[in-house]
Each structure stands twice: as C-alpha cells, then as structure tokens.
Design a protein. Structure first.
Length: 268
C-alpha cells in the first residue's frame, strides 16, 4: 500500500489544476492539464515504481474534457483517492469518462448561466445609468467575490471528491466490480452521445424518378439516424486500434478524404 495522501498533497493538485486549460488541445483537450494536475499524487504513490509512474501518467493522457472549475475538481479528488489505493485502471478510466459529461453540463450551467450573469448584472445596471465609477468599483468587488468563491468551492470539491473516492476504493470487491462495470457502460453511453451531438456528416445526394425525388440523407435518417458519423468513428477506431495509426496521421487522412468527397458532392 502506498503512503497516505494528505491535504498538503491535495493542495498541490489544486494549485496545478489552476493551469488546467493552459495546455488545452483539439486532440485531447484537457488531458495534459489533468495529467499535470494529478501528477503530485502519481509521484507519491509510485515513487518507488518508475514504470508504474509512467503507466499511470500515460493513462491520464487520454482524452478528457469537462467544466474546468467544478467538474474537473471533483474528478481529480476521486481519481486521487483511487490512485492512492492503486485501484483497477479500468475503474479509474470509466469514472473519468462517465463523469466528465454530466459534470460539464452542471458546472458550465452554474458558471456561465447563473453565477456569471448574476454578478455581472450589478455593474452592468450601474453602467446603464452612466454611473461609470460605481460600475467599475462594483465590477472589481464582484470579481473579487467571484474569484474567492471559485477558489473556496473548487478546493471543497477536490476534498469532497477525495473523501468519496476513498470510500469507493475501500468498498467490497463485489461492489467494486459492479461500479467498474457501471462506469464502463456510462462511459460508453457518453461517448456514443458525443458521436451524435458533435460529429455532423451528411450527404446531399438525391435522385429524381419522375415526380418523386429520392433524398439519400432523409432515407438514412429514417432507417439509422447519424449512421454516417457512426461509420466514420468506427473507421477511426479501426485505424487507431488495428492499424496503430497516430492521431495526427488520421487527422491528415480525414482532411484529405473529406475534402475530396466534399468536392465530388458526396458529403456536405
């Protein structure tokens, strides 16, 4: 068993987390930021196991994206507890994948749809009355409150996540198997939903038979909605797993193929 994680270690995770978005990329989004954030825990848990440390950090370089303020902090806390117990990597992966979508929806709504507009409405209303000095002072005060609240809540969420993750890690073996299985299903569900909501591939192909116009895309939507995005994702998965293509190579390949298909009027 590794050394016990302390609040000081979690504080290091919290400080690293403040740079989560600085290494954002289109390929893996917040993956590198997450790996850097959790690195103090990984270094402590695997300090006598260099290969285990490499494996753990590499595992956290997989695609990750959620609300950086409130979603990532909870997940970081849970993962810290699971890494401390050296839990099944599939459980860790499943929890990250399964939680990042729902927490993104909750966190982004809280951040951008509630707190942000609420705090900015005060100086904005003062500015409308041409009280610019008061508006500036109010803006500074509300931002101080907002930043302070953010720091407080994010720290509490990390510690809450750690405490709940520790309880999860010490559950019975049968319970852990159920959680692992459920997390895997939830993760696959989230990924499946992302295919339909993020990837948009349609075909403009039509054919006229007398007065009847056959629309291929409308027919596909009736038989199997989002069939083309699913086929593309399956193809990319095949290239990644079976052909061992790199993501960069796949991006270039997809760019060339879909540029050609678009020019031929096959896809839009």
């Amino acid at each position: 068993m590794s050394e016990k994680i302390t609040r000081k270690d979690l504080w290091k995770v919290f400080l690293n987390h403040l740079t989560l978005q600085m290494s954002w990329s289109y390929e893996r989004m917040q993956a590198l930021g997450f790996a850097i954030s959790i690195s103090p825990i990984i270094k402590k848990v695997y300090k006598d196991d260099p290969e285990g440390m490499k494996t753990a950090l590499t595992r956290h370089m997989e695609f990750f994206n959620t609300c950086p303020n409130y979603g990532a902090t909870v997940i970081l806390g849970i993962v810290a507890a699971l890494e401390e117990q050296q839990a099944d990597p599939e459980l860790i992966r499943g929890i990250k994948t399964g939680m990042m979508g729902p927490l993104a929806g909750i966190g982004d709504s809280l951040m951008f749809a509630i707190l942000g507009p609420l705090l900015i409405s005060i100086p904005a209303s003062m500015a409308l009355t041409k009280d610019f000095t008061g508006a500036l002072i109010a803006l500074i005060i509300t931002q101080i409150i907002f930043i302070g609240w953010n720091f407080f809540l994010k720290w509490k969420l990390i510690t809450l996540g750690y405490d709940q993750g520790a309880n999860l890690a010490t559950s019975s073996e049968g319970m852990m198997e159920k959680v692992t299985f459920g997390a895997g299903i939830l993760g696959l569900t989230v990924v499946g939903g992302m295919i339909g909501s993020i990837i948009n591939i349609v075909t403009p192909i039509t054919a006229q038979f007398g007065d009847y116009v056959f629309n291929l895309q409308e027919t596909l939507d009736k038989l199997f909605p989002k069939l083309l995005p699913v086929l593309v994702v399956c193809g990319v998965f095949y290239l990644l797993r079976n052909k061992k293509w790199s993501p960069v190579r796949i991006v270039i390949f997809m760019f060339v193929i879909f540029t050609a298909l678009g020019a031929l009027g096959i896809v839009a």
